[in-house]
Design a protein around this ligand. Structure first.
Ligand SMILES: CC(=O)N[C@H]1[C@@H](OP(=O)(O)OP(=O)(O)OC[C@H]2O[C@@H](n3ccc(=O)[nH]c3=O)[C@H](O)[C@@H]2O)O[C@H](CO)[C@@H](O)[C@@H]1O
Ligand SMILES: C=C(OP(=O)(O)O)C(=O)O
Length: 416
């Protein structure tokens, strides 16, 4: 079993360059299905989720070519192959195949998605959207079968603000007849990135990044070239690691505006954070104040940074309360942090964290950001080596983690 080994206690120092965003990449790859000629994606991260998505596109008949950090996808020979099982179950974002295949071919059969299962993650709002567009949806032994003779634009009010449902409806509605309006849409930067790609492919989309998105369907879409936005969660994780180790790190190739909720919270704790045009410098301090954090939809504090934030809060003086209003049970990292000496109690959707010194331990990453939390925690430990298993989760979201941390002066390696 592969392990991530970290001997902590060294302040991180130097510069780290951030790759393209995972949560954009795995929506943009299926979006390419909607085109009838080649789509080129630049700044594509080298992650296991991207590798799996590439295989899915090939299974559907797409021709895919990697060239360094770029990928060309020729979707002209694609078909809507049923995928009730197999690779679709390995990642969450396989649900985007539903919207993309429905938009291009009027049909899709896709197994219910996998990904990080920190709590049940329903897709009822995606299905509600497809049905509003005129599709018939059935659940056939765990696979979602979607058929539409003709997709027609509709007004769709999302009951919950959902990134996945917003993007999935945008994908299908791009090829529907007439106007679609998504109300109570998610506003995450990844949604704007998908809308930018779809527009470059010929779609007519207005309002992405606000709570009302208007889409006028088009009958055909074409290839284009698009550069993926930087990964704000990866960037945030390095900001947290820099603060937790009392280091001094320049996080480069990012959009600082995307980091505002985290930047503000770090400053409230007493971390020195300086914004530049495309970078942020984080300078750690000897003492941090305890703070309260609420994970919310964008532009609130990202739920995907909630777990690594828990690790930083163990380094603050006093009691912090961290509540997650997106996923009420996203606390699988807590028992593992407690093995490392953290003093944390979970009550409802909140973790109550009392500052404490952490020690080395053998711990297990149960999901991607739980893994990030354990890595941040391990970097603060002054004696001994922390062993983190479940490395395959971390590989879903952090490109070249060992190399980046080593360049910043950490003692970190993989074993097994
Ligand atoms: C691949 C990808 O981009 N993953 C991100 C995406 O996941 P994902 O798109 O799956 O998350 P959503 O934004 O859809 O989920 C938000 C909330 O809505 C609920 N919900 C969602 C859909 C639905 O049909 N019904 C429903 O009840 C979920 O259970 C959750 O409580 O956004 C999450 C919230 O920012 C992030 O943590 C994930 O990293
Ligand atoms: C939960 C996450 O990913 P996914 O939705 O792909 O499981 C994440 O990126 O933190």
């Amino acid at each position: 079993m592969e392990k991530l080994m970290i001997r902590g206690g060294r302040p991180l120092r130097g510069t780290v360059g951030i790759s393209g965003a995972k949560n954009s990449a795995i929506a943009l790859l299926p979006a390419a299905i909607l085109a009838e000629s080649e789509v080129r994606l630049d700044n594509l991260p080298h992650l296991s989720d991207v590798a799996i998505y590439t295989e899915l596109l090939e299974e559907l008949g797409g021709k895919v070519r990697w060239n360094s950090d770029s990928m060309s996808i020729d979707p002209s020979g694609m078909r809507s192959v049923p995928m009730p099982n197999g690779r679709v179950k390995l990642l969450r974002a396989s649900y985007y195949l539903m919207g993309a295949l429905l938009g291009r071919f009027g049909e899709a059969t896709i197994g219910l998605p996998g990904g990080c299962n920190f709590e049940p993650r329903p897709i009822d709002q995606h299905i509600k959207g497809f049905e509003a567009l005129g599709a018939v949806v059935s659940n056939e032994h765990g696979a979602i079968r979607i058929r539409a003779k003709e997709l027609r634009g509709a007004k769709i009010y999302l009951d919950v603000v959902s990134v996945g449902a917003t993007i999935n409806i945008m994908l299908a509605a791009s090829r529907a007849k007439g106007f679609t309006v998504i109300e109570n849409a998610a506003k995450e930067p990844e949604i704007v990135d998908v809308a930018t790609l779809l527009s470059a492919m010929g779609a007519k989309i207005k309002g992405a990044g606000t709570e009302t998105i208007r889409i006028e369907g088009v009958s055909s879409m074409h290839g284009c070239r698009h550069s993926i936005i930087p990964d704000r969660i990866q960037a945030g994780t390095y900001m947290l690691a820099a603060a937790a180790t009392r280091g001094d790190v320049l996080i480069d190739n990012i959009i600082p505006k995307h980091m505002e909720a985290l930047t503000a919270k770090l400053q409230e704790m007493g971390v020195h954070v300086y914004e530049m045009d495309e970078a942020i410098r984080v300078i750690g301090q000897p003492h941090y104040e305890a703070v309260d954090v609420k994970a919310l939809v964008y532009p609130g504090f990202a739920t995907d940074l909630q777990s690594p934030m828990t690790s930083l809060l163990t380094q603050a003086q006093g009691v912090s309360i961290l509540s997650d209003y997106v996923y009420s049970n996203r606390f699988k990292h807590v028992p593992e942090l407690m093995r490392m000496g953290a003093n944390i109690r979970v009550e409802g959707r909140s973790a109550i964290i009392e500052g404490s010194r952490l020690n080395a331990a053998k711990v297990r990453a149960t999901d991607l950001r739980a893994g990030a939390a354990l890595a941040v925690a391990a970097l603060t430990v002054e004696e001994g080596t922390t062993e983190i298993t479940g490395v395959e989760y971390i590989d879903r979201g952090y490109e070249r983690l060992v190399e980046h941390l080593s360049n910043l002066g950490a003692e970190v390696w993989r074993e097994g």
